[in-house]
Ligand binder design. Sequence first.
Ligand code: FMN
Length: 190
Amino acid sequence: MLNIPVVLGTIREGRKSIKPARYVLQKLIEKNIESVLVDFKELPLPFFDSPLPPSVLKEKYPYPNVQKWSAIAKAADAFVIVSPEYNHGYPAVLKNALDWLYPEFDHKPVGLVGVSDGAVGGARIIEHLRPIMENFSMFAIRETVMFARAQDAFDENGALLDASYDKKIDGLIKSLVFSAEAMKTAKKNS
Ligand SMILES: Cc1cc2nc3c(=O)[nH]c(=O)nc-3n(C[C@H](O)[C@H](O)[C@H](O)COP(=O)(O)O)c2cc1C
C-alpha cells in the first residue's frame, strides 16, 4: 500500500485551498492509498532557525512539530502539494515546511496542485516549486491540476461542483502512483 500525504500550503483564515486539499485526500483514500492532510495550522512549525542545515542534521530536529512533520514525510512514498499562489510565488508557510526537512524527500515523486480565486489557478506557484523539488532529488510529475476560481468548484460542504476536476485529479494520481511504485522498487533494489 502506498502512502501519499497531502500537504496544504496555507494556514490563512478562510483559505479556499482547504476544499481542493480535502478532495484530493478523499480521492487518494478511495483508491486505497494511505494518506493524511498535513495542515500546518494544526501542526504549526517555527521559522527555520537551525544552525545546521537539514541535510546534515540527520533528522535530529529541535522541535516536536518538526519531528512529527519529519515522521510523516519519512513514511511517505510520494506527496501531493495543494497550495495557493501568493504574489506569484509559494506561501512562506509552505517554503518554511520544506526548508525544515531534507533526507525525508529523497527520490520521492510529488504531484503539484495549484489554487486561486482568479483565472490563473496557481500556475506560477507550480512552476516555482519544480526547481525546489529538484533540489531535494524529488520528481515533480508532469501532470498538474490548477483549481482556478476555486470558490466556484465546490459547494459550502466541500462537494465538487465542477466535475471536470475529477478526471484531472484521477490523471494526476495515476501518474503519481506509477512514479511512486517505480521509485520505491528502485530504492529497494539499490
Ligand atoms: C497574500 C496573497 C497573495 C495573493 N497572490 C495571488 C497571486 O499572485 N495570484 C493569484 O492568482 N492569486 C493570488 N491571491 C489570491 C488567491 O488566489 C486566493 O487567496 C485564493 O482564494 C486561493 O488561496 P487561499 O487558499 O488563500 O484562499 C493572493 C492572496 C493572498 C492572500
